[in-house]
Design a protein around this ligand. Structure first.
Ligand code: FES
Ligand code: FES
Length: 156
């Protein structure tokens, strides 16, 4: 019989403690236990990037990490980075460039894009494409997404 384990982690600046089954993935924990449904679940095997969240400062696939592996760690989601306005410039650029259509990929795409933006410096379109190559978008053809990220990176 599977046993629940108690975990304590910081999510978007708040400490949370919950009992979770060992098999529960981090993205499912965030969505179903904490109601943070901005992180999406697409492929569930590490390919599409829809579930991208930040753990201790690095972006990870929320569908490849178990919630119990986040014990004692600092997790940030699209909701947290939106509330802190860390994503404000990218969100504005995505809106202005029509860099989203259905929006399913957008939270993960923004998390990945911000990971590049926060490194500082400028980036070529090729470098931007390489950085978001693990985030699939079925709608936009990527051109507008690269436009938006390029605008933020190269106009600062
Ligand atoms: S749902 Fe995690 S990479 Fe696709
Ligand atoms: S906007 Fe629809 S998948 Fe990217």
């Amino acid at each position: 019989m599977e046993r629940d384990l108690e975990i304590t982690l910081t999510v978007n600046g708040s400490e949370v403690t919950r009992r979770v089954a060992a098999r529960v993935h981090l993205v499912d924990f965030l969505r179903e236990e904490l109601g943070l449904t901005g992180s999406h679940v697409g492929c569930e095997h590490g390919v599409c990037g829809a579930c991208t969240v930040r753990v201790d400062g690095d972006i990870v696939r929320g569908c490849l990490m178990l919630a119990v592996q986040a014990n004692g760690r600092k997790v940030e989601t699209i909701e947290g980075l939106t509330d802190s306005r860390e994503l404000a410039a990218l969100q504005k650029a995505f809106y202005e460039r029509n860099a989203l259509q259905c929006g399913f990929c957008t939270p993960g795409m923004l998390m990945a894009a911000q990971d590049l933006v926060r490194k500082g410096g400028k980036a070529s379109r090729e470098e931007i494409r390489a950085h978001i190559s693990g985030n699939y978008c079925r709608c936009t053809g990527y051109q507008a997404i690269v436009d938006a990220i390029e605008k933020v990176m190269n106009e600062r």
